[in-house]
Design a protein around this ligand. Structure first.
Ligand SMILES: O=C(O)CCC(=O)C(=O)O
Ligand SMILES: [Fe+2]
Length: 345
């Protein structure tokens, strides 16, 4: 990516403080249910982490560790290729799956390159964000020929993490006092996607960000990261940016905007960002669990009552997603769509 172009420069208030700080970080939860741990203890730990942080890490999560290693190797092998090779699967507005090196968050360019694919291929999405337009379009994956086995490793990893995602949604549902399968029906035609992120070393890490501050729009995000570090979470208790400490064999989990709306804000989707450094490249692999395009996202009836009325108007997830993705390609003049646009004041 060479010199730091103006497009990467964050405004002063959003530039990172690169001093290393030792502060209380997000909870680490062991998902193994040995005979000493009862499920209620686990559910309560998950509920507390969702409430206090919106983020936690999990170990003994069931995703085979050799697969976790393999996907990191595959990510490096893919991004190590020439630009010419990577651009063979370049994504654009017509086909938004594949390789991309110029994503923007909040209208500032991110210091990263990505490869995206759908968990369910093909997937169907509204053709436009306009509510009166019923036209749909088909999204399909683009797979590179190189590196060999890349597709197989990505798909195998995605299958395993998807299972973990649904298990976590069951635990989250239980933690809200709902039946474990309460969310299952929303994902029949899921729009979930997986992303490989590569953050190259940056000559000016104090001015740019790997990913600018944002909240994830889906239900749940599951991230594998290497040992470099850089992910920071805006701590709910005081607004301080808390680093997520790379922990071997762990996966990072965060609840997205949809869980915030479903739970009527019992759980909040928390802002996070990625800082870069001038020494080491970093890889991370998120899976974003998204519902079907036709799902109307709204506070769950069981969780609202006269004393706790719904805080959001229902919105169509497909339309929201299409509107949100427009800003990935260019600087928009206005702030992009947010769940706060549906907030009932
Ligand atoms: O790189 C990471 O650790 C997280 C990236 C992220 O927040 C995202 O892609 O939404
Ligand atoms: Fe994110």
């Amino acid at each position: 990516m060479g010199e730091v172009d103006q497009a990467f420069i964050q405004s002063i208030e959003h530039r990172p403080n690169l001093d290393t700080i030792e502060i209380e970080g997000i909870p680490l939860i062991d998902l193994s249910l040995s005979h000493t741990t009862d499920i209620n203890v686990l559910v309560s730990k998950i509920g507390t982490a969702c409430k206090n942080w919106g983020f936690f890490q999990v170990i003994n999560h069931g995703v085979p560790l050799e697969l976790l290693e393999k996907i990191k190797v595959a990510a490096k092998a893919f991004f190590d290729q020439t630009m010419e090779e990577k651009r063979k699967v370049k994504r654009d507005e017509v086909n938004p799956m594949g390789y991309y090196e110029s994503e923007h968050t909040k209208n500032v360019r991110d210091w990263k390159e990505v490869f995206d694919f759908l968990i369910k291929d093909p997937s169907f999405l509204p053709a436009s964000p306009e509510l009166e337009d019923d036209e749909m379009r088909t999204l399909s994956n683009q797979w590179p020929e190189n590196p060999p086995q890349f597709r197989e490793v990505c798909q195998e990893y995605a299958r395993e993490v998807e299972k973990l995602g649904y298990k976590l949604l069951e635990l989250i549902s239980l933690s809200l006092g709902l039946p474990s399968n309460r969310f299952n029906g929303y994902f029949e035609d899921q729009l979930s996607r997986m992303r490989l992120n590569h953050y190259p070393p940056c000559p000016c890490p104090e001015l740019a960000l790997g990913v600018g501050r944002h909240k994830d729009a889906g239900a749940l995000t599951i991230v594998a990261q290497d040992d470099v570090g850089g992910l920071q979470v805006k701590r709910k208790s005081d607004g301080v940016w808390a680093p997520v400490k790379p922990t071997s064999n762990a996966l990072v989990i965060n609840v997205g905007d949809i869980v915030q709306v479903w739970s009527n804000e019992a759980y909040e989707s928390v802002e996070h960002r990625v800082v870069v450094n001038s020494e080491r490249e970093r890889f991370s692999i998120p899976i974003f669990i998204f519902p079907s395009h036709y799902v109307m996202v709204k506070p769950l009836e069981e969780l609202v009552n006269e004393g706790n009325p719904p805080k959001y108007k229902p919105y169509n997830f497909g339309k929201f997603n299409v509107a949100r993705n427009r800003s990935n390609y260019k600087k928009l003049e206005v702030q992009n769509i947010q769940i706060s646009d549906f907030k009932i004041i």
